[in-house]
Design a protein around this ligand. Structure first.
Ligand code: IPM
Ligand code: MN
Length: 355
């Protein structure tokens, strides 16, 4: 197969982890006989420095043409000035919106080899396998917002339409059918009108179109507790933009390190955007200390969801397991023991893919 990837290395540790994922994809192309093309483009803080824009038009155009986009991370203290005209994060939000990437898939998986790295007791974390569907192009992130003339009152509106709720619930329910057939919808329907609409629409879609899928609703504050007290009870979870942002950061702590978790952002059409959940970690940037596995696993999601290459995706995931089984660890998951660098870890996965 012929496929083209746009790489958006971004800021901080982004370039290092993207390079590792790139090498793994090259190994996949070689082993399975695919022609993969790669095009690297500036985005985030580096693009602000170079073009005064976190998402230059040429980067957006290249993304539209690609089959899949791999993003490292954006942001850093040098672009944190609250008075700045634009921020690296704005580029990411525009990219999501422009490409119509309304569904953000965030799997929270407890890798058996890393149970000891989890802050939870073994009996709570073992076997945890949750797939979050976070709505990504609506809600309070994109509702009207304003600041009064005197600067003393601000508003941000949380808004959802029936159509926006239906499409994300459908996508999540489909995914549940291919897993353990359970869907949890998270809202704040005891307080927010927008959540009452969310709940009515979600419940109707589930009753009419997915009567075979186990369905429950949970309030977001309770969900924050259940994620810690009984994470194994959840299979697929669907929720809005802000609740999903917060709950997936909480969930990302369960497996022990943020450095292991990939995510995929999908729309009705291609390309999808694939990135690690972690940020740009400017404190360790350029030191060969970052864990590249999240970005490598994100590349596996790209093979699966954008290119339909299930065997190849599974091969990358199996290669990550081989490397973890061999005892190789980056610093974040080494528990104070011996650790390897970003490059060595990524190359070990590329080698495991090749054999
Ligand atoms: C995320 C990030 C972004 C978000 C920021 C960087 C805009 O936290 O992908 O979860 O809030 O969506
Ligand atoms: Mn976030």
């Amino acid at each position: 197969m012929n496929a083209s990837f746009v790489l958006l290395p971004g800021d901080g540790i982004g370039p290092e982890v993207t390079e590792a994922a790139y090498r793994v994809l090259v190994a996949v192309g070689r082993r399975f006989g695919h022609e993969f093309h790669f095009d690297s483009r500036p985005m985030g803080g580096v693009a602000i420095d170079e073009y005064g824009d976190p998402l230059p038009q040429s980067t957006l155009d290249a993304c539209r043409e690609a089959d899949a986009i791999i993003l490292g991370a954006v942001g850093g203290p040098q672009w944190d000035d609250p008075n700045a005209k634009t921020r690296p994060e704005a580029g990411l939000l525009t990219l999501r919106k422009e490409l119509g990437l309304f569904a953000n898939l965030r799997p929270i998986t407890a890798h058996a080899q890393l149970i000891e790295a989890s802050p939870l007791r073994r009996d709570l974390i073992e076997g945890v396998d949750i797939l979050f569907f976070r709505e990504l192009t609506g809600g309070i992130y994109f509702g009207d917002s304003s600041l009064s003339d005197d600067g003393r009152v601000a508003t941000s509106v949380m808004r959802y339409s029936v159509g926006e709720i239906e499409r994300i619930v459908r996508m999540a329910a489909q995914a549940a059918r291919n897993r353990r057939n359970k869907l949890t919808s998270v809202d704040k329907a005891n307080v927010l009108e927008v959540s009452r609409l969310w709940r009515r629409v979600a419940s109707r879609v589930m009753t009419e179109e997915f009567p075979d899928v186990d369905y429950e609703v949970v309030l977001v504050d309770a969900m924050a507790m259940h994620l810690i007290s009984r994470p194994r009870d959840f299979d697929v979870v669907v929720t809005g933009n802000l609740f999903g942002d917060i709950l997936t950061d909480e969930g990302s702590m369960l497996p022990g390190s943020l450095g292991m978790l990939p995510s995929a952002s999908l729309g009705e059409t291609q390309p999808g955007l694939y990135e690690p959940i972690h940020g740009s970690a400017p404190d360790i940037a350029g030191e060969d200390l970052a864990n590249p596995l999240a970005t490598i696993l994100a590349a596996a999601m790209a093979l699966r969801h954008s290119l339909g290459l299930e065997t190849e995706a599974a091969a990358v995931e199996a290669a990550v397991d081989v490397v973890l089984d061999s005892g190789m660890r980056t610093k974040d998951i080494a528990g104070g023991g011996k650790f390897f660098g970003t490059e060595a870890m990524g190359d070990a996965v590329a080698t495991a893919v090749s054999t």
